[in-house]
Design a protein around this ligand. Structure first.
Ligand code: HEM
Length: 400
């Protein structure tokens, strides 16, 4: 089974979707003895609600996940990388400058997220050996972490000096500050797990935010333009809506762009930037679907497969249809988070959901108002097997 699974890695998202559609949305397989690969795959919304919300306390990330993350402490991607790093640290890496510098730091984040993905499908002893020897994706992960560590060390040192020299100045209420300054200057008496004096803690926090913000939104925007170039009617409808309801850019009007909102939701349903979630029960349990799970089991929820389940979204689940999100009265239709799981559900739901819609709708409205986006003929698109759902070879488009 394990060999079969590794063979399927290049098309793992579709393979999992096919398996789950054929097995009433939940599927278990036992890995080889001592491999620690006993996995339960599920996209059953009742199980998802149970694991992520109503019985959340029994489903931490699991010891395996801690081992996986122990080391952690093109254009849209560059744009989001610059804006995310400015928001997080106040430092502008200028990746989007006209000269298009080599984005060593961005490559480092890719190396980390690809490495982390493969750790989900490889036995622990194997990836540990590869990390130790320094081969394959583990080598890229190691190098990525080293690059990241060095750059953040510099940013943190400069920031600590800045804060020291401004110690007498106090931030006034409502004044905008970056996340790094916020973490370093906050009163931690009530938060025993926050350690602003510890550089490793700060680095892990910033890396977490950077991966959460940069790659997710840039991946979603890339798939969004790819889907629109395949659905020119939808692109026209968005342009009409933008011209009618927001003739000049005004963030207050973004809420009126209901069809555009539906198109963004469709993109996140079909190409969720975080394609799966990973949990392990603290105590043995029985899921609402009747499946028994032990402490050493991995539970994998595939957001990608969930978005394509006919039993959840109907027979046209594979189609891109922004109308799906609009009610008869022309308002946005609400879908519960355990069905539309792109931003996760329950206490660990994404903190950046509102910001994502704001960023994506702003970029989409301004590009579509001014240009017709077409994918270059013959350009091949495939997802990269990674913890983040990126597009292999990027997206080559022409603007008219
Ligand atoms: C398309 C865009 C985005 C998607 C699809 C997305 C998705 C997710 C998902 C699935 C999680 C749960 C991860 C887990 O626990 O396994 C998450 C958590 C998180 N996201 Fe996002 N995210 C997006 C954008 C952002 C942005 C722009 C920010 C910040 C500026 C952000 C900040 C966070 C943070 C801080 C968490 C951790 C929350 C916690 O553990 O309590 N996200 N996101």
């Amino acid at each position: 089974m394990l060999a079969g699974l590794l063979l399927q890695v290049p098309r793992i998202y579709d393979w999992i979707t096919e398996v789950l559609e054929a097995t009433d949305m939940t599927f278990c397989f036992k890995g080889p003895y001592l491999s620690g690969m006993d996995i339960l795959l599920t996209v059953d919304p009742v199980n998802i609600h149970y694991i992520l919300s109503s019985n959340f306390a029994n489903y931490p990330k699991g010891m395996e996940f801690k081992k996986i993350f122990e080391v952690v402490g093109d254009l849209l991607q560059r744009f989001l990388f610059d804006t995310s790093l400015i928001l997080m640290t106040g430092y502008d890496p200028k990746c989007l400058s006209i000269e298009m510098p080599k984005v060593e730091f961005g490559d480092a984040v890719d190396g980390v997220s690809d490495g982390v993905f493969y750790r989900h499908v490889k036995p622990v002893f194997l990836w540990r050996l590869q990390y130790w020897i320094g081969v394959g994706v583990e080598k890229r992960l190691k190098r990525g972490l080293a690059v990241f560590d060095e750059l953040l060390e510099k940013i943190i040192t400069v920031k600590r000096e800045e804060i020291k020299s401004h110690e007498t100045q106090h931030h006034s209420r409502g004044e905008a500050i970056d996340v790094l300054t916020y973490y370093m200057t906050m009163d931690t008496t009530e938060y025993k797990y926050l350690k602003p004096s510890d550089n490793k803690f700060i680095k892990d926090t910033i890396l977490g935010f950077l991966i959460a913000a940069r790659d997710t939104t840039s991946s979603a925007l890339t798939w969004f333009f790819w889907l629109l170039s395949k659905n020119p009617e939808a692109m026209n409808k968005i342009r009409q809506e933008v011209n009618k309801k927001m003739p000049r850019f005004d963030p207050a009007d973004l809420d009126k762009l209901v069809y555009l909102h539906g198109a963004v939701c469709e993109t996140l349903r079909l190409y969720p930037p975080v394609p799966f979630n990973h949990k392990s029960p603290a105590k043995p349990d029985v899921l609402p679907s009747g499946h028994k799970v032990d402490e050493n089991w991995k539970i994998v929820i595939s957001m990608y497969a969930l978005g394509r389940m006919k039993s959840v979204w109907g027979d046209d689940s594979e189609d891109f249809r922004p109308e799906r999100w609009i009610s008869y009265s022309g308002r946005l239709k609400y879908e519960p988070s355990y069905k539309f799981l792109a931003f996760n559900a329950g206490p660990r739901a994404c903190l950046g959901k509102k910001l994502t819609f704001l960023q994506m709708k702003t970029v989409a409205a301004e590009i579509i108002r001014n240009y017709d986006v077409k994918v270059v003929e013959g350009h091949k698109t495939e997802p990269v097997p990674s913890v983040l759902f990126r597009m292999q070879h990027g997206l080559k488009v022409s603007y008219h």
